[in-house]
Ligand binder design. Structure first.
Ligand code: ATP
Ligand code: MG
Length: 438
């Protein structure tokens, strides 16, 4: 992408409405613009990151055996009356009346809708287990939307729902999501610690919140130090018994504020970390909480009808964008982990209009793209200082700087955003280095 043609409205000044660094940087880096309180437009740069994160989530859900669907954002209130949550959910639910005076709502979550899909289409234990997920927009009329995407009113969530015949099978589905979550967040460059959690309005007997530690986190959290370094499982066979992996992660102390047991935790001494945390995902096992009132029954092996056992599993996809920035930035701007960076390389032409620089850049641009790299080519007629400030702000992992002096010697500069390490290389060597790993 040529920057001269790209829609990237960066800001030099710090927007005064933004209280936390991720919100400030997302505005400054031209990723988002507010539409109304807690409701945002995603501009091209933000959209690219959101889609990268979405794709990681999708790949890990698919690997764990979940199947992608798309449910409506606008739901019928009738289903919520069946489950009993229409009255319980409160003012966070945006209620809408259609022209026929029917009660509708903009979905804050989808347990009712997915249970309805299930009961209308699956009748026998032979047709389960199933795990259905979507990556879609939710609306919660938060009383105090703040911190940009961190606590929006409209936000992108991955929500998965599992259906099983027995508690044991259902626990396996829970464990599959638990392990998939460890991998998903690690792939985004985040360390998310699973913590025992209260299941809140979703209900149920077993729940974990996946928490990223950050000073700006909204909740107080406590965990064993080892959970911050523990390597996440690789090459997972999701059909195998995953309980040992889950046990390994949950036997170390980790709890959110409301589940915190100070006396237990005190025994950890210097091993205890108490910090602020951002909730990036949550897993719930709630058994028959919805299948009983909504009559989602399946015929068991003996022909008897039993309510299906369910769990639900959310990831705040749009919140992850903000959480990654909270975890990875410096005073100059964002420092994207490679896996979610909007572009791999920022190619900076220090003297647009100089024949040597223009030609070198055009060749590098072509070669990097041919090598499968996403390149943002700063071909603008701008001062070098402006270009450097912008590329640092938007945080691409690599910068390639092409200037008239270097080009005379056939050299360009390659710089890493995270370490700041620079080296002078020939064009060929730089291209080879950047296209080497995949
Ligand atoms: P919170 O406690 O932060 O309000 P929640 O527990 O109500 O969130 P869940 O029902 O667990 O949210 O939803 C799954 C995920 O969706 C959360 O883990 C979080 O990452 C994300 N999420 C929830 N509410 C918001 C919001 N208002 N803005 C952005 N992301 C959100
Ligand atoms: Mg939650």
């Amino acid at each position: 992408m040529r920057l001269s043609r790209y829609f990237l409205p960066t800001l030099k000044e710090t927007p005064t409405e933004a209280q936390i660094v991720s919100h400030r940087l997302m505005l400054r880096a031209g990723m988002i613009r507010q539409h109304a309180a807690g409701i945002y437009n995603w501009l091209p740069m933000g959209t690219r990151v959101l889609q990268k994160i979405e794709q990681i989530v999708r790949e890990e859900q698919n690997a764990a055996g979940a199947q992608e669907i798309i449910m409506p954002t606008i739901q019928s209130g009738e289903l919520w009356k069946e489950s009993g949550r229409y009255d319980d959910y409160g003012p966070e639910m945006l209620r809408i009346t259609d022209r026929h005076e029917r009660d509708m709502l903009y979905g804050p979550t989808h347990e009712e809708v997915v249970t309805d899909i299930f009961r209308n289409n699956i009748k026998s234990y032979r047709d389960i287990p199933k795990n259905l997920y979507q990556i879609h927009w939710k609306f919660r009329d938060e009383i105090r939307p703040r911190f940009g995407l961190m606590r929006g009113r409209e936000f992108l969530m991955k929500d998965a729902y599992s259906f099983d015949i027995s508690y044991e099978r259902s626990k396996h589905a829970y464990n599959q999501m638990f392990v998939a979550y460890l991998r998903t967040f690690a792939r985004m460059g985040l360390r998310a610690v699973p913590m025992k959690a209260d299941s809140g309005p979703i209900g149920g007997d077993l729940s974990h919140e996946f928490i990223v530690l950050a000073d700006t986190g909204e909740s107080a959290v406590f965990c064993h130090k080892e959970l911050l370094e523990k390597p996440v499982p690789e090459n997972v066979d999701y059909e195998a018994d995953l309980q040992p992996i889950v046990d390994e992660w949950t036997s170390l102390y980790a709890a959110t504020d409301d589940m915190h047991d100070a006396a237990a935790a005190e025994k950890l001494g210097g091993q205890l970390v108490s910090a602020r945390g951002i909730e990036v995902g949550q897993t719930f096992h709630f058994g028959t909480k919805y299948s009983v009132p909504m009559k989602a029954l399946v015929a068991g092996p003996g022909g008897e009808e039993v309510p299906v056992q369910m769990g639900s599993y959310g990831i705040g996809v749009s919140r992850c964008v903000a959480a990654i920035i909270e975890a990875s930035h410096d005073e100059k701007g964002i420092v994207w982990p490679e896996s979610v960076a909007p572009f791999h390389v920022g190619l900076i032409n220090l003297k647009a209009g100089n024949a040597g620089c223009d030609e070198a850049c055009a060749n590098i641009y072509k070669a990097l793209q041919a090598g499968g790299r996403d390149v943002l080519y700063d071909d603008r007629d701008e001062r070098a200082g402006v270009k450097f400030a912008d590329v640092e702000l938007i945080g691409l992992p690599w910068q390639l700087v092409v200037g008239p002096k270097g080009i005379e010697k056939g050299l360009i500069e390659l710089k890493r955003r995270d370490t700041g390490a620079r080296e002078e290389l020939s064009i060929e060597a730089a291209v080879a280095k950047l296209t080497a790993a995949g």
